[in-house]
Design a protein around this ligand. Structure first.
Ligand code: ZN
Length: 58
């Protein structure tokens, strides 16, 4: 079963493992999704670290 993601360029449904978007030819259409999940994870991690520091400091 292949997971579908939305192409960052043409917003069409593309296979998660696709190297090229079959609709617009965009390279690695899942790159945007990858980036966002990484950013969200980084922010959550940062919040946890800051919360941890505050809890420890006060
Ligand atoms: Zn596309």
């Amino acid at each position: 079963m292949s997971q579908l993601i939305t192409c960052r360029t043409c917003k069409q449904q593309v296979s998660y493992n696709a190297k090229f978007c079959p609709n617009c030819g965009e390279r690695e259409p899942s790159a945007f999704v990858y980036k966002w999940s990484t950013i969200i994870f980084a922010i959550l991690f940062l919040i946890l670290v800051i919360y941890g520091i505050y809890t420890f400091a006060f």
